[in-house]
Design a protein around this ligand. Structure first.
Ligand code: AMP
Ligand code: MG
Length: 407
């Protein structure tokens, strides 16, 4: 059994070493949100493109400064979308709006709140300094500057940046195909009637589909398979041939009806089975030809945690994304826990902030790996390190928030 950190490293290294490349497709910008950029983008337009006004006010040529009470003569106007091409002499000014190009003779803008105006007479009510309230051409971005690197997962801000360049389409990696299935004789689909007491509804596949919705992937839902060696072999073979990534839940333990490891061994390679994490000790990582396989445990909460702690980063890597840090921080524990065992524990918990802004965290109910209600009530994980047998109230713990539960 290996540690969670070692498993994550093993997976990242294995994926990096594999000759797995995604082809590139061109998408209109409006369809590119959340997709992975396939090539760097450099600036073709400077930002700002011209010297422009940062304020609604009055543009003027100025060396040094002016004092309150000094007067200027208004000689024209320029709004965003216009140019003022006339000349502006010392002691004169031009009415200017935010974003309008500063007239060539001018170098300073006085905000309108700092003047009194009477016809074409403009009187300063506050001192003005040369060079103020002007955004200079290229001060943020010069032509040729690197804007976005390959591997960037495109955000709304990236779309805004690309749009500022007049770019209407981008090259992104194609979506990898992810095949998912659930395994277990006891599993029913929603809508199927329970006909005997051993049956339960499959909640892992809907959970996985929900998690996968945040990724630029194409989902192939292969349904539920029974606990049968031949069926397991068939589905793995089919999935490995048609998908880039195969993900399953259940059947990876060491029970008499856990067939996935054997099937993977027959058809491909088992890189790792088991990780020193609680919940979710059984975890299969391997390869099926060109496809990568992640076998999550059947207990829904173990699968949920396994996805976040192990699969998530690997999946982004397989989507072509550059590595990103995981958001984690410290918060004060609001409970005391003691435990047996030495596996790193990922507890489902509620993170709260008091009136002073201090963060505190407490478990969302009991922590057995079948307790899905407690997981639904959680908004974060906290980590109990492998070496800790006891944690005290007030102690700082590492928190990993469920990003999607915060505004
Ligand atoms: P397994 O990993 O197949 O040994 O399953 C462990 C436990 O998780 C058993 O109690 C299963 O009934 C349960 N389980 C397995 N798959 C699912 C699923 N898709 N939805 C809900 N529970 C499941
Ligand atoms: Mg099972």
């Amino acid at each position: 059994m290996i540690s969670l950190a070692d498993l994550n490293r093993l997976i990242a290294d294995t994926l990096r070493a594999a000759p797995f490349t995604l082809s590139v497709e061109q998408l209109p910008l409006h369809a590119a949100l959340g997709r992975v950029l396939a090539a760097e983008v450099r600036a073709v337009v400077a930002l700002p493109a011209n010297n422009v006004s940062a304020m609604d006010g009055y543009a003027l040529p100025l060396t040094g400064s002016l004092n309150a009470g000094e007067r200027l003569r208004l000689v024209g106007e320029v709004a965003a979308g216009n140019l003022f091409s006339g000349s502006v002499a010392a002691g004169e000014c031009v009415r200017i709006m935010t974003g309008a190009p500063v007239p060539p003779d001018c170098n300073t803008v006085i905000m309108q709140e700092n003047v009194q105006r009477d016809g074409d007479a403009v009187t300063l009510t506050a001192a003005a300094r040369s060079g103020s309230h002007v955004r200079y051409a290229g001060e943020e971005v010069a032509c040729g500057d690197l804007l976005l690197s390959a591997g960037k997962v495109l955000s709304a801000a990236d779309i805004m940046l690309l749009a500022s360049q007049g770019i209407g389409s981008v090259d992104v990696f194609r979506k990898p195909r992810v095949a998912i299935f659930s395994s277990g004789d006891e599993l029913l689909e929603a809508g199927q009637a329970v006909t005997n007491a051993s049956q339960i509804y499959d909640c892992n596949r809907p959970m996985l589909r929900a998690k996968l919705a945040a990724f630029p992937v194409e989902i192939m839902d292969l349904g539920i398979i029974p606990d049968c060696p031949a069926t397991t072999l068939n589905i793995l073979r089919e999935a490995g041939e048609t998908a880039d990534i195969v993900m399953s839940s259940g059947g990876v333990s060491v029970g008499d009806y856990d067939f996935l490891k054997e099937a993977l061994q027959q058809l491909g390679t088992v890189h790792q089975h088991k990780v020193a994490m609680k919940p979710g000790k059984p975890f299969l990582f391997g390869q099926l030809g060109q496809a990568f396989y992640f076998g999550l445990p059947g207990n829904p909460v173990a699968g949920f945690v396994g996805f976040d702690m192990i699969v998530k980063a690997a999946l982004w890597q397989l989507c072509g994304a550059a590595p990103r840090p995981r958001l984690q921080f410290q918060a004060a524990l609001d409970e005391e826990i003691s435990r047996h065992g030495t596996r790193l524990e990922v507890r489902r918990a509620v993170l709260e902030q008091d009136e002073d802004g201090a963060l505190c965290i407490t478990s969302s109910g009991k922590q057995d790996s079948h307790r899905i209600l407690g997981t639904a009530r959680a908004n974060a994980y906290y980590i109990v390190p492998s070496e800790s047998a006891q944690l005290f109230a007030g102690e700082k713990v590492t928190v990993i928030p469920f990003a999607e539960t915060f505004l």
